[in-house]
Design a protein around this ligand. Structure first.
Ligand SMILES: Cc1cc2nc3c(=O)[nH]c(=O)nc-3n(C[C@H](O)[C@H](O)[C@H](O)COP(=O)(O)O)c2cc1C
Length: 181
């Protein structure tokens, strides 16, 4: 079993996958771990819509990412695609619907980001690769998959067995990203 530090250091965005298909169990294993992510008042607002069907996945690529050819290719290249959604009105809101802070919808994206990180790290721990994608046509995805109106499509995550694991992209020096006061 991969230790946590190795997992954190070795995770990469994977854009080339082997042809090996994923099973529903593969996805369930990753989502079960991603569900352990922290979230706003344990509202658990994240929903994972997993697409293993090749034709449906390719339809998403061709119709919802046609304006972003590189993501269209990324989706075609992966054996599976997960649509990470956040139910609106939970993260950052009181039970009566009033915003809890001045940041409004901000905490929905925050919860989606925390969940995405867990998802990608869980996949890494299981020997899978992932790619988070932020450029897509949300309305098209909701239409094709008939998603509920209160779902915000937070990100697309391609997932599969990595064919090529690239070297780490350079990171900014610690002195630029960290300060002590
Ligand atoms: C919110 C977010 C959106 C992203 N959108 C895209 C995207 O649309 N297409 C893509 O190829 N990569 C996308 N990426 C991947 C980043 O380019 C990648 O994480 C970054 O270059 C660092 O590389 P690494 O993940 O291998 O460490 C996205 C990543 C995040 C977190």
């Amino acid at each position: 079993m991969m230790d946590a530090i190795t997992c954190l250091i070795s995770r990469r965005s994977i854009r080339e996958y082997t042809a090996e298909k994923l099973t529903e169990t593969d996805i369930e294993n990753v989502v079960e771990m991603a569900q352990m992510a922290s979230c706003w008042e344990n509202t658990q607002p994240i929903r994972y819509v997993a697409i293993l069907d090749e034709d449906l996945k390719n339809r998403i690529a061709d119709e919802a990412a046609k304006k972003y050819p590189w993501n269209r290719e990324n989706i075609h290249a992966a054996p599976a695609l997960v649509i990470l959604c956040c139910i609106k009105g939970l993260s950052g809101y009181e039970p009566d619907g009033k915003p809890s802070t001045k940041k409004g919808t901000h905490w929905q994206s925050f919860d989606a980001g925390v969940a995405s990180a867990h998802f990608c790290l869980a996949a890494t721990a299981l020997g899978l690769g992932t790619l988070i994608m932020g450029r897509y046509e949300e309305d098209k995805i909701k239409e094709i998959l008939d998603l509920p109106e209160n779902y915000d499509v937070s990100a697309l995550i391609a997932i599969g067995h990595p064919e090529v694991i690239p070297a780490a992209n350079e990171r900014k020096p610690l002195s630029e990203v960290l300060c002590f006061k």
